[in-house]
Design a protein around this ligand. Structure first.
Ligand code: ATP
Ligand code: MG
Length: 151
């Protein structure tokens, strides 16, 4: 099933907006082309990233989901103002079962990001984590939208 990124974001947000106690801010740039995406898989990626942002940042803090287009990639960012990921562990969090030691009070299996990475890379995209400024984490998903894309 193929869908527009706006619809996919809308469906993913519906799972959280009312309940999380966070301020979820959504931004779309106006130059986003109509790219068909696999809605089930992309929703899974967004739900995993949003659920992490919610789990690992304080209630009442802001989460920003932005979608931009850079010429040949759709770029989706999920940024939070949480306690962040320690330096040197931003790549490891994508490993199966890897969980940051300091965050273990928060329940989880350590699979969400490994699943995200599998889905994104299977479609020729990339996913990275980096420190957000002044605090928290930003996850960036870049999906190719040229003819080489499988979406
Ligand atoms: P689940 O399988 O339920 O998603 P999980 O959330 O622990 O469990 P991942 O989503 O794969 O697993 O995340 C791996 C680890 O990366 C987390 O345990 C947490 O330590 C860290 N992490 C992920 N997202 C964030 C975030 N937004 N802020 C801080 N730490 C994060
Ligand atoms: Mg998770």
């Amino acid at each position: 099933n193929w869908c527009d990124i706006q619809d996919i974001v809308g469906v993913a947000l519906n799972q959280f907006r009312e309940t999380s106690g966070h301020r979820i801010v959504v931004k779309f740039s106006d130059d986003i082309p109509p790219v068909p995406l696999d809605d089930v898989l992309m929703e899974q990626v967004l739900v995993n990233l949003l659920s992490n942002a919610i789990k690992y940042s304080p209630v009442g803090s802001e989460i920003t989901l932005s979608v931009t287009f850079d010429g040949d990639k759709l770029v989706i960012r999920v940024a939070d103002e949480g306690f962040g990921i320690p330096a040197g562990e931003h790549d490891k969090v994508f490993d199966k079962f890897y969980r940051v030691q300091s965050g273990l009070k928060v329940p989880g299996t350590g699979l969400g990001l490994a699943i995200c990475k599998g889905i994104v890379e299977a479609h020729g995209g990339t996913i990275t984590a980096a420190p957000n400024s002044p605090r928290g984490t930003v996850f960036t998903v870049a999906m190719p939208v040229d003819s080489g894309s499988q979406f």
